[in-house]
Design a protein around this ligand. Structure first.
Ligand SMILES: Nc1ncnc2c1ncn2[C@@H]1O[C@H](COP(=O)(O)OP(=O)(O)OP(=O)(O)O)[C@@H](O)[C@H]1O
Ligand SMILES: [Mg+2]
Length: 509
C-alpha cells in the first residue's frame, strides 16, 4: 500500500515505510514456518506494483498466485486494520496484474534460455566442473562458435562435447588438449542437469527479459509469478535459473545510478535452497551479482527461515529487513535467534532477542534503510494485510489468466531450430550413407568380377566341350568309314566262311 509515495508495510509505534529510493538496496524476510513471511512478501509486491514497479517472484508453494484475485474481508483482517490505525471500511480489496511463468511450461508461460546465452563460464560453475573440465567446456564453445554451429539446447551441447572428444586429435593444435575423461565428466554432469528438467529450460524461443518489465494500462507494475513448486525440488535447476537471471539482467540493463524507484524487484522464496550445498563458485557468483546489480536499479529480496541460511557476504548486501518470529528450543536455534537479533540496530524500548521470540503471526521486527541509506533502529510492527487474495487459485482460473494474457502464444511452443545437434547428426548420417554406398559399390564390383570370372570359365568350358565334340565328330566319321569297310569285309568273310562251311558240309553229304 502506498502512502505519500512510500511503501507502507506495517506499523508499530510508527508506520514502517520502505523507501522507493532505497528499495534497490535489497532485502531479507525471515521467520519460522507459518509466521507470515509469504504474506509480507505479498504486501511488498502489491505496493511495488502500485508504485509502477514490476515484480518477479518465485512462488514455491503456489500461495502467491492469489495476487490476481480480490482479497476477502474477514473479521481477523478488520481487527488487524484497526490495530494498524486504518479504517476497515476504507480498505480497498482488489486484484493486481499478474503474469504466470513456469520453467516446465505447465503452470505459466515457459521460461527458456539458450545454452550459448548461459555461456561456458556460468555452466561450468553450475555443473561444478574442475578447472580442466572447465577448460574443455570452453573449447567446446569455441569450436562451435568457429564452425558457426548454434548451441541452443542441451542436446546441442552434448552432441558438441561428443564431437570435440571424437576429433580431439585434429583440434589439439588449434584449441588445446581435450581428454576423453574430461569430456565424459562433462557429459555426466549434463545428464544430471537434463534429468532435473534442464532440457525444458534450455531451448527456444528464449525469454525476452523486457517482458518482465511491463506495466498494465493503469501504470501498475506486473507481478510476474514464477511457479516453483516443481522447480524448487531441483535445487540445481533452481539455482541455475536464479544465477542466469541475475547475470542476464546485469549484462542487459544499463547503469541506472541511484534511481527514484527500482526498475524491477525480485523475491526469492525458500532462498536457503539456493545456497545449501551449492558449489562455492556459484555462491561467490551470487554474491558478486547481488552486489553489482543494485546499480542497475534491480532489488533482490531473499525469503528464508533464518538469516544464517544466507551466506554472510550476501547477507551484508541486504539493507531492508523484516524478521518474523523464530523459535529457540535447541541450542542451534538459540544461536540463530542471537545472530538474527545482532543484525539489527537495537531499539532502547525493547530487547530484540526477546521480541523475536514473542512476535505473533503477521508481526515482525523491521528495519528499512533511511533517506541516507542507514539501517533504521529496529521497530516492532504489525504487517498490513494484502489487498488481493491470500492463498492459491484453482487450475481453471490460472489457465484463464494465462490464456487471456496478451503474451499468450509467444513462448508456448518450443521450436527446435537447426543447430549443432542437427548439423553433427546430418554429417554423421552423410558419412554413414557414404560408407554404405562405398560398401555397396565394392560388393557390386566383386559380384561383377565374379560373374565375369564365371562367364570366362563357362566360355572356356564351352570351347573345350566344342572341341571335344568336334574331335568326337571327326572320330566317329572315320570310324564309320572303317566300320562300314569292316562290315563289308566282315560280311564277305562271313559269307565265304558260311559258303565254305556249307561247301564242306555239302561235300560231306
Ligand atoms: N500480514 C498478515 N495479514 C493477514 N494475515 C496474515 C498476515 N501474515 C500472516 N497471516 C496469516 O498467517 C498465515 C501464514 O502466513 P504465511 O503463509 O505468510 O506464513 P509463512 O511464514 O510464509 O509460512 P511458511 O514458512 O510455511 O511458508 C496466512 O495464511 C495468514 O492467514
Ligand atoms: Mg511461505
Amino acid at each position: 500500500m502506498l502512502q505519500d509515495g512510500k511503501l507502507l508495510i506495517g506499523a508499530g509505534e510508527a508506520p514502517a515505510f520502505l523507501l522507493p529510493k532505497m528499495a534497490n538496496r535489497h532485502g531479507l524476510i525471515c521467520g519460522a514456518t507459518g509466521t507470515g513471511k509469504t504474506v509480507t512478501l505479498k504486501v511488498m509486491a502489491e505496493s511495488f506494483s502500485e508504485l509502477g514497479v514490476p515484480v518477479f517472484l518465485a512462488d514455491v508453494k503456489g500461495d502467491l498466485a492469489g495476487c490476481c484475485r480480490t482479497g476477502e474481508r474477514t473479521e481477523a483482517i478488520d481487527k488487524r486494520l484497526t490495530n494498524l490505525g486504518l479504517d476497515p471500511e476504507g480498505f480497498v480489496y482488489h486484484p493486481f496484474p499478474v503474469r504466470f511463468w513456469d520453467v516446465f511450461g505447465e503452470m505459466g508461460h515457459p521460461v527458456r534460455t539458450t545454452v550459448s546465452e548461459m555461456g561456458a563460464a556460468l555452466l561450468a560453475r553450475l555443473l561444478d566442473l574442475t578447472e580442466v573440465q572447465t577448460g574443455v567446456l570452453s573449447i567446446v564453445f569455441r569450436v562451435a562458435d568457429d564452425k558457426g554451429w548454434l548451441l541452443l539446447d542441451l542436446k546441442d551441447l552434448r552432441a558438441m562435447v561428443a564431437y570435440v572428444a571424437e576429433h580431439a586429435q585434429e583440434l589439439t593444435t588449434e584449441y588445446g588438449n581435450v581428454s576423453k575423461q574430461s569430456a565424459g565428466a562433462i557429459q555426466r554432469a549434463l545428464l544430471q542437469l537434463e534429468d532435473a528438467g534442464g532440457e525444458l529450460f534450455f531451448g527456444e524461443p528464449e525469454i525476452q527479459l523486457t517482458d518482465w518489465f511491463q506495466c498494465d494500462e493503469k501504470g501498475r507494475g506486473y507481478i510476474n509469478v514464477l511457479h516453483c513448486e516443481k522447480l524448487y525440488r531441483s535445487p540445481l535447476l533452481y539455482s541455475t535459473f536464479l544465477l542466469w537471471l541475475l547475470a542476464e539482467l546485469f549484462e542487459q540493463l544499463p547503469e541506472a545510478g541511484d534511481p527514484e524507484k527500482p526498475k524491477l524487484v525480485f523475491f526469492f522464496d525458500e532462498a536457503h535452497l539456493l545456497f545449501k550445498g551449492a558449489p562455492k563458485a556459484l555462491v561467490e557468483k551470487v554474491e558478486q551479482v547481488v552486489k553489482l546489480i543494485r546499480s542497475k536499479g534491480v532489488g533482490v529480496y531473499f525469503i528464508t527461515q533464518q538469516p544464517s541460511d544466507v551466506p554472510d557476504a550476501v547477507l551484508a548486501q541486504l539493507g531492508n529487513k523484516v524478521q518474523h518470529a523464530l523459535r529457540a528450543y535447541t541450542p542451534n536455534e538459540q544461536k540463530a535467534v542471537r545472530a538474527a537479533a545482532d543484525g539489527f540496530r537495537p531499539n532502547p524500548s525493547f530487547d530484540t532477542r526477546q521480541a523475536i521470540l514473542d512476535l505473533g503471526t503477521g508481526e515482525a521486527l523491521v528495519s528499512f534503510l533511511d533517506e541516507k541509506g542507514r539501517p533504521s533502529v529496529v521497530e516492532r510492527a504489525t504487517i498490513l494485510p494484502p489487498q488481493s487474495m491470500m492463498g492459491p487459485i484453482d487450475d481453471k482460473r490460472r489457465e484463464a489468466e494465462i490464456h487471456y494474457d496478451e503474451l499468450y502464444g509467444k513462448y508456448e511452443t518450443a521450436v527446435d531450430n537447426e543447430s549443432a545437434y542437427e548439423i553433427i547428426h546430418a554429417d554423421q548420417q552423410k558419412e554413414a550413407e557414404a560408407a554404405a554406398q562405398a560398401e555397396a559399390e565394392k560388393l557390386a564390383r566383386k559380384e561383377q568380377e565374379q560373374a565375369e570370372k564365371e562367364a570366362a570359365k563357362a566360355r572356356k568350358e564351352a570351347e573345350k566341350a566344342e572341341k571335344a565334340r568336334q574331335a568326337k565328330r571327326k572320330n566317329s566319321a572315320a570310324s564309320k568309314v572303317a566300320n562300314s569297310a569292316m562290315n563289308a569285309v566282315g560280311r564277305e568273310i562271313g559269307r565265304s566262311f558260311t559258303r565254305g562251311l556249307l561247301g564242306t558240309l555239302k561235300k560231306w553229304f
